[in-house]
Design a protein around this ligand. Structure first.
Ligand code: ZN
Length: 498
């Protein structure tokens, strides 16, 4: 083996170990850590982050990367690892070390401050920390910015390589043009669907039992995965043998945990599917946030809200909650879980309105980053856009501007990947249906061929290809959001007999 490459991998292992420890701290602070832990833990996290920075950006790594960038004796995987480490190096080296440390300490505390602010409907208490996060994000974007890109383009590129505001303006423009009128037709007929069953009382203990079954049914392997509970459901991966998800149970909302569990299990399958020889290497990660979200949304919506999926499963749910669901037929249940009602909360949104929630965040983020917006006006702008696109007004900031954890975590430019993920998933589904009878497989309760298709075409490649390449190799064409729009139109026209 090339000796420089071997040395570089030695450096990588140190980086990997430190970043795994940081990931574990972040998981812990959102699940099990006691409320007063934040302040002292932030100190530990700051030191580890500083070490991780030092392990990523140093003279040895710099020289090895320079020597290896035109080495002729590397195989494709090795070349991909060098390429990825170079990207990380350049991105990290652009940020002064002290700034990086201070920023990590800020983020270690900000999620806790956000959670309290949301709980007490107190935007004012979150405002100072949000101001700091945004100012760091602008500064970092300025360090990474390429000629011709706006600051926001730079942040977008961080999560979804090769996508600019101009691509997203076109994509959201299309959604506005075709989906908003469809939503109006649908809401006019909403009294046809009764889903009162969903807000009956469902004891949490029984929900927990069903959701564990459901996660396993969709493909979660409890030898390699765990489920915990947190305010906002999410997935964390340490490597392909330790993937963790969270969910949140509400006693008077059956659907919430069910669809967040299926969603996060979709993310889990991606992480579990990364090939053994790639995991814990520089390219042992998912290719992009959009592709990640395409997997979760595929299982949550295209699979998880279909009649065929529930045919073999609904009886079990009905049996567990015989009092609450005894009088609800499978068809009523399917209509209920697909009902489209504009509401204030993104994570509870149906398939049809979901992307409109993203569109609002996209418009706000562009202002936050590209313009000098006064952040005190944020709750007002939020309400105004909800009225404009969804025709509703959030009753307070907890269910308005404070609902998502993302900005508190410094994830700005991340939201649009949710919308892209939806579009990818419909395009991939179109191809999958040309290769196998997906509905029939679901009716038989046989999800393995579906998982296998995703594993071999998407998951196993890790970061060796780009998202655009994966999409092209799987579907035979470039990114095309029309599949998503057609999918929604067909589904909702049928469901509401429009
Ligand atoms: Zn997700």
């Amino acid at each position: 083996m090339n000796q420089d490459y071997e040395k570089l991998m030695g450096c990588w292992e140190r980086q990997m170990a430190l970043s795994t420890a940081l990931t574990l701290f972040s998981w812990d602070s959102e699940t099990l850590a006691p409320p007063q832990a934040d302040e002292n833990t932030a100190k530990v996290v700051g030191i580890l982050a500083d070490q991780a920075f030092e392990a990523t950006v140093n003279e040895e790594v710099k020289q090895l990367l320079e020597r290896l960038s035109d080495a002729g004796d590397l195989d494709d995987s090795q070349k991909a690892c060098v390429r990825k480490m170079k990207e990380d190096y350049e991105q990290t080296a652009a940020i002064p070390r002290e700034e990086n440390r201070a920023y990590s300490e800020l983020l270690a505390k900000s999620a806790g401050i956000w959670a309290k602010a949301k709980k007490h409907n107190d935007f004012e208490s979150f405002l100072p920390v949000l101001k700091k996060v945004i100012s760091y994000q602008k500064k970092f974007a300025g360090c990474w910015q390429k000629e011709g890109d706006s600051l926001y383009d730079t942040l977008l590129d961080h999560y979804e390589k090769g996508f600019r505001s101009s691509d997203l303006d076109r994509f959201f423009g299309k959604l506005k043009e075709e989906i908003v009128p469809l939503l109006k037709q649908v809401t006019a007929k909403n009294d046809r669907i009764d889903k009162a069953y969903n807000s009956r009382r469902y004891p949490v203990e029984k929900q927990r039992e069903f959701n564990h079954f459901l996660a396993e049914y969709v493909g979660m392997d409890f030898e390699r995965c765990v489920i915990a509970e947190s305010e906002h459901p999410f997935t964390t991966s340490l490597h392909n043998k330790d993937v963790r998800i969270t969910t949140h149970y509400y006693e008077n909302d059956l659907e919430s945990a069910i669809f967040s569990t299926i969603h996060e299990t979709g993310h889990t399958l991606y992480e579990l599917g990364i090939a053994d020889d790639l995991t814990q290497t520089p390219v042992g990660t998912a290719v992009s946030m959009g592709m990640h979200e395409s997997q979760s949304r595929f299982f949550e919506n295209i699979i998880g809200r279909s009649r065929a999926f529930w045919e073999p499963v609904y009886g079990r749910l009905q049996e567990l909650f015989s009092e609450q669901l005894g009088d609800v037929s499978l068809d009523d249940f399917i209509r209920g879980i697909n009902k489209a009602v504009p509401g204030p909360v993104r994570t509870e949104a149906d398939e049809l309105t979901y992307c409109l929630h993203i569109m609002i965040r996209y418009e706000i983020e562009k202002k936050l980053i590209n313009e000098d917006m006064d952040l005190a006006g944020l709750p007002g702008l939020w309400k105004k856009l909800y009225e404009e696109y969804l025709g509703i007004t959030p009753k307070n900031d907890s269910e308005g501007v404070l609902q998502d954890i993302h900005w508190a975590q410094g994830s700005i430019g991340y939201f649009p990947t949710y919308a892209l993920g939806n579009a990818y998933s419909a395009q991939i589904y179109h191809t999958m249906c040309s290769r196998m009878d997906v509905e029939q497989l679901l009716r038989e309760g046989n999800l393995e061929p579906i998982r296998e298709f995703l594993r071999t075409n998407i998951h196993c490649h890790g970061y060796k290809k780009t998202a655009r390449e994966i999409l092209r190799d799987v579907t035979g064409e470039e990114f095309n959001p029309q599949y998503y729009i057609d999918y929604l139109k067909e589904k909702y026209t049928k469901l509401y007999s429009l």
